[in-house]
Design a protein around this ligand. Structure first.
Ligand code: SF4
Ligand code: SF4
Length: 461
């Protein structure tokens, strides 16, 4: 006997203008398959009166895990699959913040910037630690992310560390990929070429918070001048240089103040011919970073509504975007086996959003210590801190957070262990706009679905 899976979402009932019939879309967050039901089928499926639907439809829905065996413990299966994926992950994820310095003073940033850079002794110890991890863990690949403050203000450190790592991975046939998150100020196309060709960094993520009028009020130099023109000029030079292969992703951080700046930014990118040349464009909601941003943060329901409009714009412009969230087994570095972040003081973390944040500092034995630090390259590890966010999936399983009852769990993964620990609810916009995402996806892909259904014969009655 089957039952309706707890991991499905339904669209609202809608009338399809192409055949004037009423339909509902059902999406399995376990398999990421979308099925279309008639009004009656929806009623029977939703009401668990499954004997009333055809065996053909039952089989199809069971295949896509909209229906599952009655005795299946789906929460246990989803979490077990996640833990298995983590256990068998053969990629070591490492992030390095080579400096605590940044030229910018963004008004929503919680980091404390100083001139501190990694010294060569710390660099060597970090490289040794990465190599030991690769050897002991038997990893097949290394993924290295350069983060800030602003990593390009410590380019010499990136050069030295990268070259030492290359000596080891090349000798040991370990595959490698690397990306950088940069404010874009120093990203001239000369540097972009060096990043790609010599330092094997394939991808740079740069933030533009709308057009100049909006961006410059929030992402300014420490002394207050705007940064929009220099960043956009750098992006333009990099993507238009036929000899530069560094891929560029533009992230637009949005809160209540700049939501109207997204579409004008897309217009500007199109005007300059950059819309098709950047590899990715996405909008991310501003969230607390240990700091109080409550007066500017958008509620996720509103953000979800704006996001549907942005998706439609991206589609209209032929730009890439992901509409339906996909199964996520490894949530983030906090739950990832062996993953570590090193900051320029030598502190080690298993979360990317906690270093350099004064709000997380506590005074222990007269010394300021970040409460999320899981150790220090010279002083050893603090296992009790590591476990704080690492055993997130067991906490979900034990019902500590709402995620154990949420239909989005297979795709969302619980969003952010640190936020839950701090008492914040980090549900992503998809939780709030999934019904509209399904409708948008249906209408955007209607022709494709129609062809697929015709080929598979569909279910009659
Ligand atoms: S715990 Fe949250 S902030 Fe930290 S890495 Fe994971 S998702 Fe990011
Ligand atoms: S974070 Fe929110 S959307 Fe994600 S699984 Fe948990 S409750 Fe659901």
């Amino acid at each position: 006997m089957n039952k309706l899976s707890k991991y499905v979402v339904f669209s609202d009932l809608f009338t399809d203008p192409t055949d004037n019939s009423e339909k509902v879309i059902v999406y399995s967050t376990r398999t990421n398959e979308m099925s279309v039901l008639t009004r009656d089928e929806f009623r029977f499926v939703k009401g668990n009166t499954l004997h009333a639907i055809s065996s053909c439809l039952t089989d199809k829905l069971a295949e896509s895990k909209v229906l599952v065996p009655e005795d299946e413990n789906e929460l246990e299966i989803v979490i077990r699959e996640n833990l298995e994926a983590i256990k068998h992950d053969q990629t070591l994820f490492i992030s390095i913040q080579p400096t605590a310095s940044c030229q910018l003073g963004c008004d929503y940033c919680a980091q404390k910037h100083t001139a501190k850079k990694l010294d060569q002794e710390l660099e060597e110890k970090i490289v040794d630690r990465i190599i030991n991890k690769l050897i002991k863990g038997g990893y097949k690949s290394l993924e290295l992310a350069w983060f800030g403050a602003e990593p390009l203000t410590a380019l010499s450190s990136i050069r030295r560390i990268s070259n030492k790592i290359f000596d080891f991975i090349d000798e040991n046939s370990i595959s490698y990929n690397s990306r950088i998150v940069t404010n874009g100020i120093n990203l001239t196309n000369k540097i972009a070429k060096e990043l790609f060709s010599e330092l094997r960094i394939e991808y740079a993520e740069i933030t533009l918070d709308g057009i100049a009028e909006y961006h410059n009020k929030r992402r300014m130099y420490k002394k207050g001048e705007g940064t929009f023109d220099i960043i956009l000029n750098n992006i333009e030079a990099v993507v238009n240089d036929p000899f530069c292969c560094l891929k560029i992703s533009i992230r637009c951080n949005v809160d209540k103040r700049n939501k109207d700046a997204v579409i004008p930014l897309l217009d500007l990118l199109a005007l300059k011919g950059l819309d098709k040349k950047v590899d990715n464009f996405y909008v991310a909601p501003i969230r607390s970073w240990g700091n109080d941003v409550s007066s500017i943060v958008a509620d996720m329901e509103s953000f979800g509504n704006w996001e549907i409009e942005w998706f439609a714009e991206l589609k209209r412009r032929g730009m890439k975007f992901t509409l339906l969230p996909k199964r996520k087994k490894i949530l983030c570095m906090a739950v990832r086996k062996g993953a570590e972040l090193f900051d320029s003081y030598g502190d080690i973390y298993n979360c990317s959003e906690v270093s350099y944040i004064p709000q997380y500092e506590e005074v222990i034995d007269g010394q300021k210590v970040n409460k999320y630090s899981i150790g220090h390259i010279n002083k050893g590890m603090k296992m009790e801190n590591e476990i704080m966010i690492k055993d997130f999936y067991s906490k979900i399983f034990d019902g500590n957070y709402n995620c154990n009852n949420c239909e989005m769990l297979p795709t969302c993964g619980g969003s952010c262990p640190k936020s839950w620990l701090e008492g914040e609810i980090p549900c992503p916009p998809a939780k709030f706009n999934i019904k509209n995402r399904l409708l948008l996806s249906y209408f955007l892909n209607k022709e494709v679905l129609h062809i697929q259904n015709e080929k598979s014969g569909g279910c009659q009655g």
